[in-house]
Write a protein that binds this ligand. Structure first.
Ligand code: 13P
Ligand code: 13P
Ligand code: MG
Ligand code: MG
Length: 385
């Protein structure tokens, strides 16, 4: 049994939250090179925006202490590099002081998938910046449940039995498995609310194997405050009873609106880009997704191929820019800004606290004068006589 782990963290941004500094990548590559052939079968380092991912194959299974400890240690090293260069938010995603067993609840995100390697094993690793794990809900639904996206659901008999979707409720910390297509409508009821419900895993009923896995942690829910966005990763296996590579990429031709972008507090379109363009600058966005394609062979990562470096995604990018213009014109208004229910977990409480003792019950017809008198701090505003 082979395990593919993609473990990521934001350990410092260059410049602001826009990219990872090459010196951090070099440090992580050194560590991966040293572990290859020992702890790891193979490994690569990749970045999307200010997030650094370790893409690793090994035989230790999911949630393995040794593999998670290795990643944690790499992130401590890249944090040190970031501190040395004064990079922004050095160590941003490392929420815990010490490693204890695995990375759950510690800040770094991880998607892990156990697989029995097929004679040809095409795998796609999706990395996103400036968004949260629910961003994968819509594309996963399209890949594994929508025949208008995935022709294989009709054409390939191995796909006719459908797929199991494992859904996490991040607020209540519970999980549920839905059997699709039978329970499609239940699935959509839940995952249409991506701030709370996220698809953690998709399993092929025919192959009895995991077909997709995502990182599902929400930093703000762990920390109880705003600490940047989760910037999730996702692994999708393809072909032979699973979506074709092109079917797994197709959902991203629609730059759907996701939560994230500036200060993690806005809706904006998810723009599929080539790796070289995964550096959100405008309004710290629009949120980006890249896709690195591999053939996994005898545990080796043959790749990556930069899957969105394809002019066929130009129109998705153009549409994302247009949608970004539209959202931006709302300024601080919803639905560009996230609804209060989402900000309650991040920035809203401190503002609410400042105003808390100034609220009073509705009063009958007040004059402008008494409204002015009740404003605070009284008499300190310039130009008031
Ligand atoms: P080829 O004929 O190029 O192998 O493609 C088959 C296929 O399934 C494409 O989705
Ligand atoms: P990151 O989550 O990518 O660090 O972005 C945080 C942010 O505040 C962007 O405006
Ligand atoms: Mg950052
Ligand atoms: Mg980021």
């Amino acid at each position: 049994m082979l395990t593919l782990s993609v473990i990521k963290a934001d350990t410092g941004g260059w410049v602001g939250h826009s990219a990872v500094h090459p010196a951090m990548v070099a440090r992580a590559e050194q560590a991966v090179d040293a572990a290859r052939g020992d702890l790891l079968l193979d490994g690569q380092v990749a970045t999307c925006g200010d997030d650094l991912s370790l893409i690793m194959t090994h035989e230790h299974g999911r949630d393995a202490d040794a593999v998670h400890r290795f990643a944690w240690d790499v992130f401590l090293q890249t944090t040190e590099v970031a501190r040395g260069l004064g990079l922004y938010g050095a160590g941003q995603d490392l929420l815990s002081d010490a490693f204890s067993g695995n990375l759950r609840g510690m800040g770094p995100g991880y998607a892990e998938l156990d697989l029995t390697e097929r004679p040809s094993e095409p795998v796609l690793c999706f990395l996103a910046d400036k968004t949260e794990p629910g961003a994968w809900n819509l594309p996963l639904y399209k890949m594994f449940a929508d025949p208008f996206n995935t022709a294989g659901l009709i054409i390939d008999p191995h796909m006719h039995d459908g797929f199991l979707f494992e859904v996490y409720d991040l607020f209540e910390e519970k999980r549920l498995v839905l059997d699709c297509p039978t329970e499609l409508y239940d699935l959509l009821m839940l995952i249409g609310a991506p701030a709370r419900f996220v698809v953690h895993q998709v399993v092929s009923k025919t192959l009895q194997e995991a077909a997709a896995a995502t990182s599902t942690q929400r930093l703000s829910l762990i920390a109880g405050r705003y600490v940047g966005k989760d910037d999730p990763v996702m692994i999708v296996r393809c072909q032979s009873g699973l979506p074709a590579v092109g079917e797994a990429l197709e959902p991203f031709s629609f730059p759907h609106a996701v939560a994230g972008c500036m200060r993690g507090s806005h809706h904006a379109p998810l723009m599929p880009v080539a790796a070289a363009d995964a550096h959100p600058s405008r309004f710290d966005g629009p949120p980006r997704v890249i896709c690195l394609g591999y053939q996994v062979h005898e545990g080796r990562l043959v790749g990556p191929r930069d899957m969105f470096a394809d002019p066929a995604f130009d129109r998705a990018r153009a549409q994302a820019n247009e949608v970004m213009d539209y959202f931006r014109r709302h300024g601080p208004f919803e639905p560009h800004r996230l609804p209060l229910s989402d900000l309650e977990y991040t920035t809203m409480p401190s503002v609410a606290k400042r105003l808390a003792d100034r609220w009073e019950p509705f009063a009958p017809a007040e004059s402008a004068m008494s409204l002015a008198d009740s404003a605070s701090p009284a008499g300190q505003r310039p130009g008031r006589h």
